[in-house]
Write a protein that binds this ligand. Structure first.
Ligand code: ADP
Length: 590
């Protein structure tokens, strides 16, 4: 799809026409000096629409800086969406008004093509509450919408996806730390496909050291400055006179500082050291937040171009599994056509990648996905839903410990997936806070232990289990199991299962979905209808069509009420309810 990407700033409008499938850039340019001599956003956009007419633009993607708490994905623009973006102006008073002016002008100039708003904040919008929350009075935070929003989302998402491709898997298979180091800079922890932490917060001022912004400071410092200098001057100092520029007293451009540092300039040296130190600190923090890391990505002006800064940031991280190949780092050159360079030593456990970011291409892709995604709705075949109570899968060795050497499971009841059964045998789960007795074992035995519980169970046990796909138990939570013959402590294996649908290739073809794709599933006809997002599709000849959710998810949709008899909340692994679901659309995240 040919997408006109518009990035409308306060004094300039940048644009590109991008073929979203091939990534080819058909046109690019910038209209500058908006606001001077009566040049308006509207006139600039008209000029751009005229200049790109020959390319046959099919959709327009608009960069919008702040989507507030409401926008979790790129969104097709209508009057209601426009009003919601307007409501975010107080959160981004410098950016959103310009973005909106461009949006209005483009909708007027191209009324017959779809317009999509792509938010800098959207990639971070599903961050866990503990990461998004500032430890201040909750009412005050609510009233003023004070939380971590995060920015640079299109860039973090774009480079993380390229990193996953380079690692030979899906984004949802890896834990990736992305460092966007440009004039603005931010770090992001991308855990199995989702942003779970990012360094910019309520505003783009928090986090890493930037060209002219301070990044993290003691909030008490802000108060002290505000008392001494007044609020507006403090704002100016922290946003425009700090960072590399403030520290060096010279410039916000790292190239200038590197030249001066080589001549012995103390301010330039300090600026470089503080910048690198802060970035290293975030790598350590984010590796801890994710319980490990598979790849570290450096991108944007500094990340893509400065081998020296990359080396400073990545040195002495061997304990994490990071080892740089000095030569590869020095030689790394990336471009839109050849965007990924691996600069790690061959035997390093964690990959270090330099990746050329391309926010326009990401905006074009997300725009096309929204426009095309809207058309994939309307598959009518209902999907039976099965509710999984907490249960346990065990290995031969674990069964030996818990039930005695050579013990065999006794099938109690076959499950809907062929070959699987609920066993007569049960074990007790022992958490740090409490225990849950009588948790059913499912057979047959497996090569890995896997214990699946709900969020409610987690709170009861006092554990913190990650949401994972079946089989992905590496670095999941620890748990102790108790059987009649013994007790077994597992360092990992406890998860909250990712909701998913089993289906045959024939069903997949009928729905127009593929294996490992994510879809939205609508529950209809019950007392509390709802739509589940991020539902994983799993396709195999041997599967039977069925969606699996856990008891909390079933409760949220009140599936129990419309199920037959007293079956959903028992300890039986899977029971069909009469509820039916339909695939409503492909998840916009994909
Ligand atoms: P923006 O956030 O404005 O999009 P960029 O991602 O283009 O910024 O990054 C610009 C910054 O990248 C410059 O200010 C400069 O500090 C840095 N930079 C670009 N090229 C180099 C280089 N070869 N060596 C060191 N730093 C560089």
């Amino acid at each position: 799809m040919k997408v006109l990407v518009i990035n409308c700033g306060s004094s300039s409008v940048k644009y590109q026409v991008v073929e979203s499938d091939s990534g080819e850039r058909l046109a690019a340019g910038v209209v500058e000096r908006i606001g001077e001599e009566g040049r308006t956003h509207s006139a600039a956009v008209k000029e751009i629409v005229e200049a790109t007419k020959e390319h046959g633009v099919e959709a327009v993607g608009h960069r919008v800086v702040h989507g507030g708490p409401k926008f979790h994905d790129a969104t097709l623009v209508d009057d209601e969406v426009k009003a919601a973006i307007e409501a975010c102006v107080p959160l981004a008073p410098l950016h959103n008004p310009a973005n909106l002016a461009g949006l209005e002008a483009a909708r007027a100039a191209l009324p017959d093509v779809p317009h999509v708003a792509v938010f800098d904040t959207a990639f971070h919008a599903r961050m866990p509450r503990r990461a998004a929350t500032y430890a201040i009075d909750r009412e005050l935070a609510e009233k003023h919408q004070l939380r971590r929003y995060g920015f640079h989302g299109t860039s973090h998402a774009f480079v993380a996806r390229l990193a996953a491709e380079h690692l030979g898997g899906d984004l949802r298979d890896f834990r990736i730390i992305t460092l966007h180091l440009g004039n603005g800079a931010s770090a992001c922890a991308v855990e199995y496909g989702s942003s779970v932490e990012t360094s910019m917060g309520l505003t783009p001022l928090e986090g890493l050291v930037m060209g002219t912004r301070s990044g993290d400071v003691d909030p008490g410092l802000v108060l002290k400055l505000a008392r001494e200098l007044g609020v507006d001057e403090t704002d100016r100092v922290l946003n425009r006179e700090s960072g590399l520029k403030g520290l060096s007293g010279l410039s916000n451009d790292l190239r200038d500082l590197q030249a001066k540092a080589a001549e012995g300039h103390d301010g330039a040296r300090l600026a470089i050291n503080v910048f690198a130190h802060q970035a290293r600190k975030y790598i350590g923090a984010y590796a801890t937040v994710m319980g490990g890391v598979d790849a570290i990505v450096l991108t944007a002006g500094i990340g893509e171009n400065s081998a020296d800064m990359r080396r400073r940031i990545l040195q002495r991280l061997e304990f994490l599994g990071v080892r740089l190949d000095e030569e590869k780092n020095f030689d790394a050159k990336v471009s839109d056509d050849d965007p990924v360079r691996d600069i790690g030593a061959a035997n390093a456990r964690v990959r270090t990648l330099v990746i050329a970011t391309n926010e326009e291409l990401e905006i074009a892709r997300q725009t096309a996905a929204q426009v095309q995604g809207a058309k994939t709705i309307a598959v009518k075949k209902p999907i039976p839903i099965a509710v999984s109570a907490r249960h346990v899968h065990l290995t031969r060795e674990s069964l030996d410990v818990l039930f005695g050497e050579g013990y065999e499971l006794t099938p109690y009841k076959p499950l809907s997936q062929p070959g699987q059964f609920a066993a007569e045998e049960k074990v007790n789960l022992i958490g740090p806070r409490a225990r849950i007795d009588g948790v059913r074992i499912l057979g047959p035995l497996r090569p890995g232990n896997q214990i699946e519980i709900s969020r409610t169970d987690e709170f009861k046990l006092g554990v913190d289990a990650p949401v994972r796909h079946s089989g992905k138990v590496k670095n999941s939570a620890p748990i102790t199991l108790e059987g009649p013959k013994g007790t077994l402590h597992l360092e990992e294996g406890l998860i909250c299962a990712w909701r998913h649908i089993h289906m045959t290739p024939e069903d997949a073809a009928a729905y127009g979905v593929k294996d490992k794709e994510y879809v939205e599933v609508a529950i209809k006809g019950g007392p509390r209808d709802l739509i589940f997002g991020d539902v994983l599709v799993r396709v195999k000849d041997s599967y039977a069509l069925e969606m699996h959710i856990d008891t909390d998810e079933a409760n949220a949709a009140e599936l129990g009420r419309i199920s037959e008899g007293d079956i959903v909340y028992t300890d039986v692994y899977v029971e069909e309810t009469q509820a039916e679901a339909v695939i409503q659309s492909k998840s916009p995240a994909e």
